[in-house]
Design a protein around this ligand. Structure first.
Ligand code: SF4
Length: 332
């Protein structure tokens, strides 16, 4: 499989990987260096081949070099869930005789194409690539190791988190998808649970803002932004009573580890197919805004300047959604 899309997309591809592994045996996956750790321990995966399409492997030189390396493996099939010209070209250079992609991708470069459902959840749309209408495995999965779990537990202990906690994931690579009220939410929650902030090195300032706010109210908060690997972060989310997140990769991590999720949607909609699916999960957004949704991914900044799709989603609304999950009453 060649899947070089964003981290969240890679996580949502894991049910498809499971189906393909049942059909063909464990799968070799070409993916981004960032997503490599997410797949290298996955039970459906035999080997991960990192492809730095915007780094050391960029341009046609990189495609040809990697394509030749793949050619030596004599693969029989290439599955191409990402509708990318680069991926299709790579499979051709690798001389993979059967290349399966979506009909609305680069159809002329494939030897077999499947209709990508126009609606439904992204997991199910991706499963259509394997001609599977439904499958027992519709939640994403991650191959967390004992070492990942131990590292997560050690980080929580070091941060003084020893009982029920709420995980917050305030980041997103798309600025307009960041809900701006996480610190106020954390202050409100701090007398009921510990607060743990998860995120990348880019989210350190957000984590500090939340920690400072909780500290003011006398609560317990630790920011692990930039301190853990992706799998260790998923292991932290697994231990949380509930995760509050934007429409970003941690949402899909929570789905993979079955943690109740409150997902906040601003410029995008859950109906795009990337929302949480668990019976206790909640997806929130501001209804009635004429400008919403404004793009498929969410722009870096609100093009109208007011960012009402996020600014006007209140802390009370998120607290209510957390109550509806029942998570703070049920898990330790
Ligand atoms: S244009 Fe509307 S939907 Fe888009 S970011 Fe601004 S407020 Fe949100």
């Amino acid at each position: 499989m060649i899947q070089t899309a964003f981290l969240g997309d890679v996580v949502l591809t894991t049910p498809l990987l499971t189906v393909l592994a049942e059909r063909h045996g464990p799968v070799d996956v070409v993916t981004t260096p960032a997503a490599t750790p997410l797949l290298e321990t996955h039970p459906a995966v035999r080997r991960v081949i990192p492809y730095a399409k915007r780094g050391a492997d960029r341009g046609i030189t990189g495609i040809v070099r990697l394509g030749r390396a793949l050619r030596a493996e004599r693969y029989a099939f290439a599955y191409l869930p990402h509708r990318s010209l680069r991926s299709a070209t790579l499979a051709i250079i690798a001389r993979i005789p059967r290349r399966i992609g979506f009909a609305d991708g680069w159809r002329l470069l494939y030897t077999g194409s499947r209709q990508r459902p126009a609606t439904g959840h992204e997991v199910d749309r991706l499963l259509a690539l394997a001609d599977v209408a439904s499958h027992h495995q519709t939640a994403p999965t991650l191959g967390l190791t004992a070492a990942d779990v131990a590292a997560a537990e050690a980080a929580l202990r070091a941060g003084g988190i020893t009982a029920t906690f709420v995980a917050l994931a305030p980041g997103s690579i798309w600025g307009s998808k960041r809900w701006p009220h996480y610190a106020a939410l954390a202050e409100q929650l701090a007398d009921r649970a510990g607060i743990v902030v998860v995120g990348s090195a880019e989210d350190v300032a957000l984590g500090e803002e939340i920690s400072t706010a909780v500290g003011r109210s006398g609560g317990r908060c630790v920011s692990l932004c930039g301190q853990l690997t992706l799998r260790q972060s998923a292991a932290v989310i697994r231990k949380a009573a509930v995760l509050v997140t934007n429409d970003s990769a941690p949402l899909h991590f929570a789905q993979a580890v079955a943690t109740p999720t409150v997902a906040i949607f601003g410029p995008t909609l859950p109906s795009f197919g990337f929302g949480p699916r668990g019976p206790r999960d909640r997806a929130l957004g501001v209804d009635g805004l004429a400008c919403r949704p404004c793009s498929a991914h969410g722009p870096a900044r609100c093009p109208l300047g007011h960012h009402l799709c996020m600014q006007s989603l209140r802390v009370e609304d998120v607290l209510h959604a957390i109550e509806e999950t029942g998570a703070l009453h049920r898990r330790d």
